[in-house]
Write a protein of this length. Sequence first.
Length: 156
Amino acid sequence: MGEQPLRGRLFWHFFRTYTEKVWGIPCTEIRADWAAQRIKNRSLSRAVWNALSGRNDTTSLITTFDYPRLGPGQMWEKFAVRVGAEGGELRMRTRAVSLRHDGRGRVTEVDTESEGDGPATLPVEQVIDTMPLAALMCRLDPPPPAEVLESAELLR
């Protein structure tokens, strides 16, 4: 990858995939003025100063945000524990290839592919979607009407 400035490495390893997952679009399509509306007074030097001083003078459209003390992974670890405690199953490193539904808003089976186990069909009672809505629409079986797919593709 060659020599990158620290902020480039931080972005590449920590922020790019998170940002793309949250907003559902590649970072290359996020305009500076759009981001500036959501986060104000933010720079790498200000973030380091805030971290060292214990202050936070960054403002955004959100008045408060309780960020997990050990990072976003802590939230998902807690989520996995709760899902298991309720009798559910969480599959990591597994791609939802197709979601079969009954046409009345209920997914009944999910075809998956995972790194270790290969393809599988899982009967389900509930599904929690974490992929962008446009990707979900393309994986539904039977597929939604063409106008729904076209509208989903336009979402940002």
